[in-house]
Design a protein around this ligand. Structure first.
Ligand code: NAX
Length: 324
């Protein structure tokens, strides 16, 4: 049985995610599952309602549900941890306050994972600012493998693919090799330069460089804010969908000539990005829940400048939280 911890159990992403995990969509239709759901004490009542609904789905694969607000108990024995719960940015809160508030959560959760989870646990961080939260969790999870920590940029990849497909008038699955470089923030770099459409370089199919460097980039970078402006709430169904895509990517051998985006530990990377960051790279997996960086993708001058900017932002976030 796979024991899967998910935090922020009664939040809006989880209302879209938990049911799909329990149905077998994430780890396959043969894999029995136990869900270990962590919430703040004040949200445990609402979480009980979610648990009732999970029960009422009578999912054959869902064998056990554990809930609680103490990570030292809830994370016991888990082999996957999806860290979604985080403190949202409140009124008047500076970005540095947000970083520090969230740091407290991810320090505690990193320590708990190292103490009570399976020593091979894979940790997937979604709660924002996800790259730096992931770094903090890893730094406090002494003994766990840095290659087992990931932060999510898969939603950004899906957004970029959908935009390119719409512009080129092709099916989304005909857009491949799309990388998100860097931070899951407005400085992220959706890479149209190495992307392919029906196997051809995207820049040969969409010849409008002005669109690619302008509207395409900003639409993807600002998509989260656009959803909030339209819906009054942040992306939830599409975020849950991306979590499933991303975890499936890591547990499925990546097809030839393909890759997916994930923020992973940067130390030792071949692109000259600073060490000790969770930076989004093009990744390939053998299907064992780990991945390797796809080496040698060329950067043109435009891309290089944007990548330097997102790297600088991540260094600043790290230094504010870990060394500030
Ligand atoms: P919600 O506010 O609906 O839910 C968050 C839940 O987490 C709440 O129920 C809250 O009680 C719980 N929580 C807070 N602190 C906790 C803690 N210490 N332990 C356990 N639970 C805790 O937010 P939702 O829309 O579900 O989004 C969750 C997070 O995902 C946010 O930080 C959001 O910014 C982030 N996102 C990240 C994305 C990505 O691509 N990486 C995209 C979607 C989303 O914006």
């Amino acid at each position: 049985m796979r024991r899967i911890a998910v935090t922020g159990g009664s939040g809006q992403i989880n209302y879209n995610l938990l049911f799909r995990i329990a149905s077998g969509e994430m780890l396959g239709e043969e894999q029995p599952i136990a869900l270990h759901l962590l919430e703040l004490p004040e949200a445990l009542g609402a979480l009980e309602g979610v648990v009732m609904e999970l029960q009422d789905c009578a999912y054959p694969l869902l064998r056990e549900v554990v809930i609680g607000s103490d990570p030292m108990k809830v994370f016991s024995g888990v082999d996957l941890a999806i860290l979604v719960g985080a403190t949202p940015r409140g009124k008047g809160m500076e970005r540095s306050d947000l970083l520090k508030e969230n740091a407290k959560i991810f320090v505690a959760q990193g320590k708990a994972l190292a103490k009570v989870a399976d020593p091979e646990v894979k940790v997937f961080v979604v709660g924002n600012p996800c790259n730096t939260n992931c770094l903090i969790a890893f730094h406090h999870a002494g003994g766990l493998n840095p290659r087992h920590f990931f932060a999510m940029t898969r939603l950004d990849e899906n957004r970029a693919k959908a935009q390119l497909a719409a512009k080129a008038g092709v099916l989304v699955r005909e857009v491949t090799q799309v990388t998100i470089w860097g931070n899951h923030s407005a400085t992220q770099v959706p890479d149209f330069f190495n992307a392919r459409i029906k196997g051809k370089p995207a820049i040969e199919v969409i010849k409008d460089r002005h669109y690619l460097e302008g509207e395409f980039m900003t639409t993807v970078q600002q998509r989260g804010s656009a959803v909030i402006a339209a819906r009054g709430k942040s992306s939830a169904a599409s975020a849950a969908n991306a979590i499933l895509d991303w975890i499936k990517d890591l547990y499925t051998p990546t097809p030839a000539n393909e890759w997916f985006s994930s923020a992973i530990y940067s130390t030792g990377n071949s692109y000259g990005i600073a060490d000790d960051l969770f930076f989004s790279f093009p990744c390939r997996s053998k299907g064992d829940g780990t991945c390797e960086i796809v080496a040698g993708l060329p950067w043109d001058e435009f891309l290089r400048k944007k990548i330097e900017k997102t790297e600088a932002e991540l260094i600043q976030e790290r230094d504010e939280v870990l060394r500030g």
